[in-house]
Design a protein around this ligand. Sequence first.
Ligand code: FAD
Length: 256
Amino acid sequence: MRQEVAQVTANTEPVPQVHLIWLEAPQIAPQAQPGQFVMARCGKDAECQLRRPLSIHQREGNKIALLFSVVGKGTQWLSQRQSGDKLDLLGPLGNGFTIHPGSQNLLLVAGGIGIAPIHFLADEAVKRGLSVTMLYGTPTTTQLYPSKLLPKVRLVTATEDGTEGTKGMITDLLPDFTEGADQVFACGPASMYQTMAAQKFPIAKPIQISLEVRMGCGLGVCYGCTVKTKKGLRQVCKDGPIFDLDNILWDELNYL
Ligand SMILES: Cc1cc2nc3c(=O)[nH]c(=O)nc-3n(C[C@H](O)[C@H](O)[C@H](O)COP(=O)(O)OP(=O)(O)OC[C@H]3O[C@@H](n4cnc5c(N)ncnc54)[C@H](O)[C@@H]3O)c2cc1C
């Protein structure tokens, strides 16, 4: 883990209220693994004293990209950064996704902004020559992050209003795609995980999910992100953010 003052090289808004920021981060980028995150200092206001956790969305050489929804003061500040601006980061943090040796067919599930870490995982899996199917759902077509970025991935979309792909929730499609998948990985809202946890899938290996809860320090010091699991209390920042779906006690999760 490094602290690094990274330089913004680009900031675009590929989807309304969703920003894609590229950063020159030569200390963090080479170590970054899919599923890991950075803690970004978002300005000097009192409300932003705590860094904000953001998944590593892409990596190219010494650069990393963050893809984030503008939801509050910190992400608003971040969305206004321009090329040449500096950003104070800690990272890479957390455990990251694990692709087991022998896994050939991966099923990836992204709900909304959950596409952020799933994209990095898909990219890495394709580079390793694995076969990747991605189920990606959003409320409506204008919120779908451009899918042409991953040409070798088999992409299946769903929108809640039916404006693109299948009408409904992305979890509705899951039972049709789990057969033949060696591993399943997911990132999305708690409601998506709760639906998945209630379903039974014919998959030998545990489903890995990225858990997003409110986080204080990101370093395992403050215990602010502690969650209850079947194996006891766990810190999302240090023990996660990737957990086995079935290990989380969903009914006891204080989700934001
Ligand atoms: C490991 C991890 C990785 C994450 N990766 C991404 C990512 O790649 N892209 C992305 O858009 N978001 C991601 N998040 C969520 C992101 O950290 C929050 O949206 C952000 O901290 C909000 O900061 P803010 O100051 O803009 O909003 P605040 O003013 O702090 O809060 C505004 C609203 O945002 C929501 N929020 C606040 N903190 C979180 C949180 N930790 N997780 C989810 N929702 C939150 C709450 O509903 C709150 O009402 C991640 C969270 C974690 C824990």
